[in-house]
Design a protein around this ligand. Structure first.
Ligand code: PRP
Length: 207
C-alpha cells in the first residue's frame, strides 16, 4: 500500500478531481469529514496534513509520497525527489502593497510573509536589505494595519488582494502542485510508485 501525504485545502480540492479522472473511486476522500487517514481500497492510504508537515513526514519516512505545492517545497528547502508537476493548484508569488506605498523611499522596508525563506532569497537577489516578519495567515491584513510596508505572498484569483485594495508591484515565481517521494520509498516501492506516477502523468498530459 502506498502512503500518501495530501496537503489539505486548495491542493486537495484540485488533486481529488484529477485522481477521479484517472478512474479511481474517490468517494471515501470526498466524504472523509474530519477523518485524517483515508484508505482507497488496499492500494492507497491518504494522510491529510498541512504542507510543511508533509515535508516532515516524508523526511521521517512515515509516508512514501507527498502531494505538495512548490511554494512549500521551496520554503522548506525540501530534499524529497520530485516525480511530477501535476499542473494543478497553479498560483503566483507576488510582491504587493497598498496603492499609495512609495517603493522608492530610502527607509529599510518591512515585509510580511508566510514564506520568509523565499522572501529573503528574493530581496537578496535584488541586493536589498529588508526586515521580514513571519505571518501565519491572512498576510494581506498586515499592510492594512500598518504592521508592514509590503507583502510577499501567493495569489490565485487575485480576489483577496483586490478586496483589500492591495496592488501587485512585481510577479515572482509560479507555483503548482508537485508529486514528491521519499528516497527510501522510491527504492523499496519503486514499481508501485512509478505505476501511480505514470497513471497521473497520463491524465496530466492528456490534451
Ligand atoms: C492564500 C494566500 C492568499 C490567498 C490568495 O492563502 O496567502 O491569502 O490564498 O488567493 P486568491 O488570489 O485566490 O484570493 P490560503 O487560501 O492558502 O490560506 P491561508 O492564508 O490560511 O494560508
Amino acid at each position: 500500500m502506498l502512503k500518501i501525504a495530501l496537503t489539505k485545502g486548495r491542493v486537495e480540492q484540485k488533486f481529488i478531481p484529477l485522481l477521479e479522472r484517472c478512474g479511481i473511486d474517490c468517494q471515501p476522500l470526498i466524504n472523509k469529514k474530519r477523518k485524517l487517514i483515508v484508505n482507497l481500497g488496499d492500494r492507497y492510504q491518504f494522510i491529510f496534513i498541512k504542507g510543511p508537515d508533509a515535508i516532515t513526514y516524508l523526511k521521517n519516512g512515515v509516508v512514501d509520497l507527498g502531494i505538495v505545492g512548490s511554494d512549500v517545497l521551496k520554503e522548506e528547502r525540501s530534499e524529497a525527489n520530485e516525480l511530477l508537476d501535476l499542473q494543478t493548484g497553479k498560483c503566483q508569488f507576488i510582491l504587493a502593497a497598498k496603492a499609495d506605498f512609495d517603493w522608492n523611499q530610502p527607509k529599510r522596508k518591512v515585509i510580511g510573509t508566510k514564506y520568509p525563506v523565499i522572501a529573503q532569497q528574493y530581496f537578496a537577489r535584488k541586493g536589498e536589505d529588508v526586515e521580514i516578519i513571519k505571518i501565519e495567515g491572512s498576510v494581506e491584513l498586515t499592510p492594512l494595519v500598518g504592521l508592514v510596508d509590503a507583502i510577499v505572498d501567493i495569489t490565485e484569483t487575485g480576489t483577496t488582494l483586490r478586496e483589500n485594495h492591495l496592488v501587485i508591484h512585481e510577479y515572482l515565481d509560479q507555483v503548482s502542485t508537485r508529486l514528491v517521494a521519499n528516497p527510501v520509498a522510491l527504492k523499496q516501492k519503486r514499481k508501485e510508485i512509478f505505476a501511480f506516477t505514470d497513471m497521473l502523468a497520463q491524465e496530466v498530459n492528456r490534451k
